[in-house]
Design a protein around this ligand. Sequence first.
Ligand code: SAM
Ligand code: SF4
Ligand code: SF4
Length: 381
Amino acid sequence: MAERVIPLYDQRNPRAPALPIPRSVALAASDGPLLDRLQRPLRDLRISVTDRCNFRCSYCMPKEVFGKDYPYLPHADLLTFEEITRLARLFLAQGVRKIRLTGGEPLLRKDVERLVEMLAGLRTVDGMPPELTLTTNGSLLKRKARALRDAGLQRVTVSLDALDDAVFQRMNDVGFPVAQVLDGIAAAQDAGLAPIKVNMVVKRGTNDDQIVPMARHFRGSGIALRFIEYMDVGSSNGWCMDEVLPSAQVLARLQQTFALVPLQPSSPGETAERWGYAGADGRHDPALGEVGFISSVTQAFCRDCNRARLSTEGRLYLCLFAEQGYDLRAPLRSGASDTEITASLAAIWSQRADRYSEIRALLPPETRRAARRIEMSYIGG
Ligand code: SAM
Ligand code: SF4
Ligand code: SF4
């Protein structure tokens, strides 16, 4: 097992200078969809609404780094709901169809349902409501599910890494019980926030014994369980390859217990490889449901990556593994017009060439270790 080194500096890296916004005004308007340098459209916007969280998952916000005195962003630095909504409207005009709220823990942001309501009132270029979803650790979902649904949220993804309380509490590192997350999931189902997905980050030697129990629990429940390879996001989780259990091995373990058949991707740019539970005839039985695999370490999916991420304080990141972002809050707060901000978005996206997961294996280990990437809790998953 490789030695774990957890460096103790401000891992969030928001103080890294923002990237200069390119000047070229490449408005997408009538020239077809906005494409980046690898011909990828912009479809999916993930918005982090807080950098705070009530969990301390070791792979995301380890206690050693995110301790009592951790300097979270002051409230005045956060984008307001009005600022987020204005940016979201401009992103939708550039082809975005799906908006995901995330964090930190998004349900900790006060009145987040008001933001949901504001975003639900926006429209895509086709005049449709955007697909509006949220990723949560589920701890506050029981209390909030109904209000979120009433405000216009369509779906939720809930993160849950184990069914066994001891394993789960070790992973969230705040002693939070599984039962309360399961209650949150049930409340989301009752409120109609469907289809629900559950994300399980798999760490070899920590929760890999939970793979089959988790699959058994969610099989036939209408909830799709997705196994996520433990990733080298951020710089604080002391990541090492030994702790990654490749999706192929997770699938092999599942196949010892369940019959599974491969399914087609549900949309272009879909991050998860889907497998369906087979019925007695050997074909996928929709009543039994499906599982997904997000294999960003062992199987790069950059080619179709159509996602942009807006940080809590309004920086735009073009890749989960970026070290720097573009400051969109400055133009927002200095009176830039919609046309000017749109021109900036178009110029930024059209020069994007990120594909970290594809080139990770080619990077020398020293380069990978030295990188000061932004934290997942700051830009969201
Ligand atoms: N707090 C919310 C939650 O946990 O769902 C939303 C934010 S969290 C950063 C979003 C997703 O990122 C979660 O599903 C979490 O499991 C995942 N995540 C965080 N760190 C990760 C890592 N190092 N590798 C893989 N997934 C990670
Ligand atoms: Fe919090 Fe989500 Fe990160 Fe866990 S994964 S520490 S719940 S932000
Ligand atoms: Fe997208 Fe970057 Fe992930 Fe590749 S590594 S899929 S470009 S976020």
